[in-house]
Design a protein around this ligand. Sequence first.
Ligand SMILES: C[S@@+](CC[C@H](N)C(=O)[O-])C[C@H]1O[C@@H](n2cnc3c(N)ncnc32)[C@H](O)[C@@H]1O
Length: 165
Amino acid sequence: MNGKRILEVGCGPGIWAPWFKECDYYLGLDWNAEHIRQATEKWGSDKFQYEVKDVRTLAKSSKKFDFVIAFGLLHHLDDEESIELLTAVSNILSEGGQVITIDPVFHDKQNLIARLIKKMDSGKHIRMAEAYKELVPNCFSDIKVATTVDMLRIPYAHFFMTLKR
Ligand SMILES: C[S@@+](CC[C@H](N)C(=O)[O-])C[C@H]1O[C@@H](n2cnc3c(N)ncnc32)[C@H](O)[C@@H]1O
């Protein structure tokens, strides 16, 4: 992350900030003002900035970012909103930059407890892996995906995407 510029969309109260402390510049966006207040109180600085923003209305920006992070966000957005967001962030990636997403995922072999935990999630758009992949607009040609079932101590599956233009 050294020398890199990072945009985190749907950053929540900023729990990932320590992972990015070596970066050059970090901007976290979330529409929840209380989350942004907490993140700013804990991590805010010239380098680490947080703003209240609905990321569904992400405008074209002249600022470019090496990484766009969306951890736990796409399952809060419907298909159209997700595709719009991924298209918008593709336009603000610097040369060689990438988007990284992580979301809960449904899969065929999931046990009942894992399914029930996901049904309780406030995000209403938890998808199967194939459905997440269909959100990726054509402007991304290098798409890597993975599903993990061991990130948490409870039965829970996560879906990762790394997208490059
Ligand atoms: C599951 S939380 C993940 C928070 C953080 N990324 C993390 O991993 O801890 C989802 C976050 O997305 C934010 N969010 C959902 N829809 C949003 C939108 N349209 N614009 C901005 N933030 C949004 C929520 O407020 C919440 O903080």
